[in-house]
Ligand binder design. Structure first.
Ligand code: E4P
Length: 225
């Protein structure tokens, strides 16, 4: 499973990128709003310079025409831009045009499998089922990932399942078990991916034992060493 970072914050992107496993970045209007006063296109350009993989740029237009206009602006920023369109009728009309031109498209706000089937038929590069937001309304989000995986495998669709609205490491493990192609991860969850209390306790124990052994060695008479 590939990892995208779900943020528009440059420090987070730079830090996570040092791990060597960041395959792309997703942004949305809310994430940009967190970066007070930042110009969206300028920020996308900066992100694309750090991460060579797909960087999702989300449109805010309501009609197909507005979406396509924004898409043109985004696609002029860098070669690795993926245009993020909503899973709506206007969104899929814009998808048809952009996919026809060979542009990368990420269909966002996917909450049911039919949306995923339709956008795969139209050649979307990614579909983003929102796991956490479904969990929030007591509808297990992983069931949607599983259902889309089954449908895509049944017909050999190439659209990549991009598990989004990820809230925990457990979400990542479950998405990987089901076979999501990508998960987009908030920095806080990303930074916690290697954390386990037993790893920390075990490491401390090994270090303490090592130091004790070194100390014991240094106390032996010289002819024994
Ligand atoms: C990513 O593409 C989505 O916009 C993002 O994962 C949504 O996450 P949220 O539900 O935590 O806002």
């Amino acid at each position: 499973m590939k990892f995208f970072l779900d943020t528009a914050n440059l420090d987070e992107i730079r830090q996570a990128n040092e791990w060597g496993i960041v395959d792309g970045v997703t942004t949305n209007p809310t994430l940009i709003a967190h970066e007070k006063g930042v110009d969206y296109c300028q920020r996308l350009k900066e992100i694309c310079q750090i991460v060579p993989g797909p960087v999702s740029a989300e449109v805010v237009g309501e009609t197909k025409e507005q979406m396509l206009k924004e898409a043109d602006r985004f696609l002029g920023i860098a070669r690795n831009i993926a245009v993020k369109l909503p899973a709506t009728e206007q969104g899929i009309r814009a998808l048809k045009v952009l996919a026809g031109r060979g542009a990368m498209v990420n269909i966002t706000l996917c909450f049911q499998a039919m949306q995923a089937l339709v956008v795969a038929r139209l050649g979307a590069t990614f579909v983003s089922p929102f796991v956490g937001r479904l969990d929030d309304i007591e509808d297990p989000g992983m069931n949607l990932i599983r259902s889309i995986r089954t449908i895509y495998d049944n017909y050999g669709f190439k659209t990549q399942i991009l598990a989004a609205s990820i809230r925990s490491t457990m979400h990542l493990i479950q998405a990987a078990e089901i076979g999501a192609d990508v998960a987009t991860v908030p920095y806080k969850v990303f930074a916690g991916m290697l954390k386990h209390p037993l790893t920390d306790i075990g490491l401390r124990q090994f270090m303490d034992d090592w130091h004790k052994a070194q100390q014991a060695m240094s106390q032996l008479p010289p002819n024994v060493v």
